[in-house]
Design a protein around this ligand. Structure first.
Ligand code: 4AD
Ligand code: MG
Length: 505
């Protein structure tokens, strides 16, 4: 038996494949069955003359997602996905499936989410998971090649790290414990032992809101570096994100094309990232400062005009296809094809209408942004739309950032924190910064943030024994997957998403 990914090595030979029926159609003595085997998709042509009547009839009847094995000749065909097709010589059913709920027609998102355990088999979800895999692998490569030590931070924790409002509380032998919001504090302890470390683990945030950027359970990568300052931290963030995206661009072209990902913005990570202070970012968001001769207001107005044009094209296309369907001149296959296409176009139309509705709200919130506030999702979107490439915003007002952030000695009231904002509306993918090293100030901040001092005694020890400047950051894996794959919503970036209102499957 061989795998679909290796077909090129077997051109012209007869091979045995095992897999599932992803899709099929038949016409006059031929069945065209798309087999998927986990490593790829390939069209298999099952000819009644070659496989015999029984095998042919079995193939013709075989429901979607049934498993089967097949022997056949590997034939080059550039028009096919993957570049090959199989001319079957024998065909055996392994297990016939019941009627499969996910058909090639368009389905609603809730339905697909309820069937996530099956939805994962679709070509699109398959492609996303493969990109996710390469991202994970390249993250480890990046840090390992630089000599960072991977550490596992605990998941049961006795204290908050990123504010108390998003803690999941659980019972730990009769004591309250919290599911980890971040491995950072433990990472800091380990960095004092190993110098350069990174964590890669599950992270939990109890956020009672449904947004396209938030999960209740996500994976975070948190490097921590002894003797690093904010500038060095930003250099690592930039090199790291460039490395991971370049790896995906090199290795996952096939997956990105399945996702119909326009990689123009991804390619831009090769150029230096934009770096700006919070105050400058605010001036841009509020429309007080232009970028390339444009204010945010002008940029958004142009976008509204563009959406309008896109909408008209879509409406025309839908109208034309509906007229064709109703004309009675099309064959059954063509009618089905056009019906699916119309459903697809209507979904696209919904997306556009949603965007059209969002833009005035963004404009409003950008104009009324209060200097000193944290950025909301729409502020990040508006800001990054002005650049079309990653933007690092640093020196944030201390009040909006976590207790452990170091105050900038030359810029009082501002914390040496940094957020990396991805373009195309993806927003914050990385948050990090230089850590407060002053013991007294740190104690003061713990009190100010209303955190229990006793739970932080161990953390304060790090400032008593061999205190050094240090910095780090956290990357949200799913946010990066969403950006790289160009996904509208974070729910497709992780095999089984956990978010407000969803615990199954
Ligand atoms: O900005 P955050 O909260 O920073 C920290 O947790 C720091 N302790 C990191 C550090 O300096 N070591 O979270 C870091 C990143 C965010 O930029 C975002 O990408 C992701 O984690 N993230 C989420 N991803 C999905 N769903 C959520 N609810 C997320 N919350 C944060
Ligand atoms: Mg953050």
């Amino acid at each position: 038996m061989i795998y679909i990914k290796d077909l090129a090595k077997h051109e012209g030979q007869e091979v045995e494949l095992k897999g599932w029926n992803a899709q099929k159609r038949d016409s006059k003595g031929l069945v065209f069955m798309t087999m998927r085997d986990g490593t790829g998709f390939v069209q298999c042509i099952i000819n009644v003359e070659t496989v015999g009547n029984d095998a042919f009839e079995a193939a013709k009847r075989l429901p979607q997602e049934s498993s089967f094995s097949l022997t056949g000749k590997v034939v080059k065909d550039d028009r096919q996905f993957g570049g090959y097709e199989i001319h079957a010589t024998a065909f055996t059913v392994i297990a016939e499936a019941e009627e499969y709920p996910i058909t090639p027609k368009e389905h609603g998102v809730d339905f697909l989410m309820d069937n996530r355990h099956l939805w994962l088999r679709s070509k699109r979800q398959w492609a996303i998971m493969r990109v996710r895999n390469e991202i994970i692998y390249s993250i480890h490569r990046f840090f390992q090649e630089k000599g960072f030590i991977q550490m596992d931070a605990p998941i049961f924790t006795g204290n908050a790290c990123e504010g108390t409002s998003t803690l999941f509380e659980t019972d730990y032998y009769g004591e309250p414990a919290y599911l980890s919001q971040s491995g950072q504090l433990y990472g800091e302890a380990m960095a004092m032992a190993q110098g350069l470390i990174y964590t890669f683990g599950p992270t939990f945030r109890a956020e009672k809101s449904k947004t396209r950027r938030h999960l209740s359970e996500f994976w975070m990568i948190e490097p921590e570096m002894a003797f690093y300052d904010l500038k060095m931290d930003m250099d690592v963030i930039e090199e790291f994100i460039r490395y991971v995206i370049t790896s995906v661009l090199e290795k996952n072209q096939m997956e990105l094309s399945v996702l119909e990902r326009d990689t123009t913005y991804l390619e831009k990570v090769r150029a230096p990232f934009i770096r700006m202070k919070y105050e400058d970012a605010v001036s841009i968001i509020k429309g007080e400062k232009e970028v390339n001769g444009k204010t945010t207001l002008q940029m958004l107005e142009e976008e509204i005009a563009q959406l309008k044009a896109e909408k008209e094209t879509l409406l025309k296309d839908i109208e034309d296809r509906e007229a064709k369907i109703n004309s009675g001149e099309l064959k059954k296959g063509e009618v089905n094809f056009n019906r699916n296409k119309v459903d697809q176009l209507k979904n696209q139309l919904k997306d556009i209408e949603e965007k059209e509705q969002n833009i005035p709200a963004w404009l409003n919130s950008a104009r009324n942004f209060k200097r000193g506030d944290d950025f909301g999702g729409s502020d990040e979107t508006v800001l990054t739309k002005m650049f079309g490439q990653p933007v690092m915003v640093y020196n944030w007002p201390q009040e909006v950032k976590a207790f452990y952030m170091k105050e900038d000695e030359h810029d009082k009231g501002y914390a040496k924190g940094v957020d990396l904002l991805a373009p195309e509306g993806y927003g914050e993918v990385v948050g990090g910064g230089e850590r407060e090293t002053d013991l007294e100030r740190l104690k003061h901040k713990i009190i100010e943030h209303d955190l229990p001092m006793q739970a932080f005694e161990w953390y304060l020890d790090l400032r008593k024994f061999g205190n050094v400047p240090h910095a780090g950051f956290g990357l949200g894996l799913e946010r990066l997957v969403a950006w790289i794959c160009g996904l509208q919503h974070i729910r497709e970036t992780i095999p089984f998403p956990r978010s407000y209102g969803r615990l199954l499957p």
